[in-house]
Design a binder for this molecule. Sequence first.
Ligand code: 13P
Ligand code: SF4
Length: 371
Amino acid sequence: MSAVIPIFEVDYEQPAGSACDTRHAWARVPHEPGPAERQQLKDRIRRLLKERNAVMVSHYYVHPDLQDLAEETGGIVSDSLEMARFGRDHPARTLVVSGVRFMGETAKILSPEKRVLMPDLDATCSLDLGCPIDEFSAFCDQHPDRTVVVYANTSAAVKARSDWLVTSSCALDIVRALKDKGHKILWAPDRHLGGYIQRETGADMVFWSGACIVHDEFKAFELEALKKEHPNAKVLVHPESPADVIALADAVGSTSAILKAARELDAREFIVATDNGMMHKLRTLNPGKLFIEAPTAGNSATCKSCAHCPWMAMNGLAGVAHVLETSANEILVDPALATRAKLPIDRMLAFTAAIKSGQPAGALVPHIGAA
Ligand code: 13P
Ligand code: SF4
């Protein structure tokens, strides 16, 4: 059995009142530095990272400069799951997280003793914005018999209300293991990812009705037409995309799974349905292969059509240098909330560590009703 319960919808383009989150985000995208300024900023950041015992943790969707510099200086560029693991395990006292707010909060929850800085604290996510804790908690209260599984793209408060945390790297494995142990699932907030997991696992799920403003815009009709123009291309899709787009995929998965598929699939052309920040790594790791952006709604430069997250775009070199210099933009999470939110994150990290090391991860999931 499955049920879709539309609980809370946010119109991101025209929200009630005058404030438009995405327009505000685009208005705060840092200017593109010229070559001399870029070099100066990079040199300054390299020096400050050493002086401050700090390390950069960047997501695949942020500016290529922030991806390359993170790797060059001993940090990481990765998906949201590996960002969490790396930040927790790295000995640096300060983490500079380039991505969106939930990534910084997860890092802080896992390492309360570290200073976690972000280039712009207003870099959020439509999934996080669309899942406010009070409404979400009331939804959970309506389903006391269900195990609450939430996506990492949520606030610390929503995580603290959950039983399990997942990212798109591990959601299938964790929900499958829960189903095998008799759990019925309450899923939040991404309805497309939730629907994909439900179709793949057959788990009994009810869904919060959130969406990613970037992935929600990929269009199946236009994708089919593009496939006809590139008959040998393989289609790589992030599961935050609509079901009819996922149905056209040769590979579905997280940002790191998309990178792996691009490396391993026997093709020279790929159509990619995810944030176009991914193109940097896809192209640098696969010279000689062609990567084409999957079609979105139109060509105007808004968050609804450019396949780039307006909040990821708020991260820039100048912001990283500024926070390292001044310790501004520190992520703080209420310690009591953090203690509760850490439980589902730790479960996810233990589960995925077990899979990585070939251990029986399912043993970490209790049977329904077990203490
Ligand atoms: P990943 O966990 O696949 O990196 O995705 C995070 C995200 O925000 C996708 O839009
Ligand atoms: Fe959130 Fe979508 Fe941006 Fe990822 S790409 S951070 S899911 S709005």
